[in-house]
Ligand binder design. Structure first.
Ligand SMILES: Nc1ncnc2c1ncn2[C@@H]1O[C@H](COP(=O)(O)OP(=O)(O)OP(=O)(O)O)[C@@H](O)[C@H]1O
Ligand SMILES: [Mg+2]
Length: 245
């Protein structure tokens, strides 16, 4: 890959929780303008990887390059200021705040604060239900609406790369489709996206490139259209050479 096309490069990171090593020598590259999915069973390390990219977990070793700068070790707010954002697992939102207040929480950095009205309009256009419910407490939202709010809040920081963790967990199929179509639209508007979803088939369908994780390692990578069934088996049953030995 030409280095100027590369938005993010994770190089051989190792991450531990106390004595337990959750990521082993994980490397990946995210090309600008793409949708990349990270698939793997429960506990594979997907959230740990996203949290490490965002600076929430600190790698013991390795490098994380974003737009040519090493962001390894920076605090999360500096990483967000550089153009990374996360829609976290469990679509966690501030339940006692209104929808609009939640969105404004995503625009806390000076650059984004200046653009907040323009960006509010943008996310209300992408997710019209959030405009309708702007004045309501987030605790009244359905699961799908909460997921939309979590994505929209991340967009309020004007990211160049959006990481979405467990984008469809627990949601009805019709809502999932709606969210994926919006993700596609956001991508077509120029945003690069990393997707994590237990719904492997759907995330393969909507992404350009995929990485498969198993027990804290990347065990397979390729164009999503080419990975297919093999990736699904790998992700869930770990039919990896290392496991057969
Ligand atoms: N805060 C923590 N402390 C200790 N161990 C943790 C912590 N968070 C995650 N782990 C462990 O690290 C491993 C990777 O967890 P992680 O949450 O990254 O997986 P995941 O692929 O996101 O799983 P899921 O599909 O369930 O969201 C698991 O074995 C998990 O038990
Ligand atoms: Mg997770």
């Amino acid at each position: 890959m030409n280095s100027k096309d590369m938005l993010l490069a994770v190089k051989k990171i190792n991450v531990h929780y106390g004595d337990f090593q959750a990521l082993h020598q994980v490397s990946l590259q995210i090309r600008a303008g793409s949708i990349v999915s990270i698939i793997g069973a429960n506990g594979a390390g997907k959230s740990t990887l996203l949290n490490t990219i965002l600076g929430i977990n600190k790698p013991a070793s390795g490098e994380i390059m974003f737009l040519g700068d090493n962001i390894h070790g920076l605090p999360t707010n500096r990483i967000v200021a550089k153009g990374l954002a996360m829609s976290p697992e469990g679509s966690s939102v501030f339940k006692k705040l209104t929808v609009k207040e939640n969105l404004l929480m995503g625009a806390y950095l000076p650059r984004a604060r200046k653009q907040k009205n323009k960006n509010l309009e943008r996310v209300y256009t992408l997710f019209p239900v959030l405009r309708d419910k702007a004045g309501q407490e987030a605790s009244y939202l359905s699961g799908g609406q909460r997921q939309m709010l979590a994505i929209a809040r991340a967009l309020m920081s004007e990211p160049k790369l959006l990481c979405c963790d467990e984008i469809s967990l627990g949601l009805a199929p019709i809502i999932i489709k709606d969210i994926y179509l919006t993700i596609k639209k956001i991508n077509e508007q120029g945003l690069t996206i990393i997707l994590v979803d237990q719904d492997v088939r759907r995330s393969l369908t909507y992404s350009d490139f995929s990485y498969v994780m198993l027990k804290g390692q990347i065990v397979m990578a390729g164009k999503s259209s080419a990975l297919g069934e093999e990736a699904v088996k790998e992700a869930y049953f770990g039919l990896h050479k290392a496991d057969k030995q």
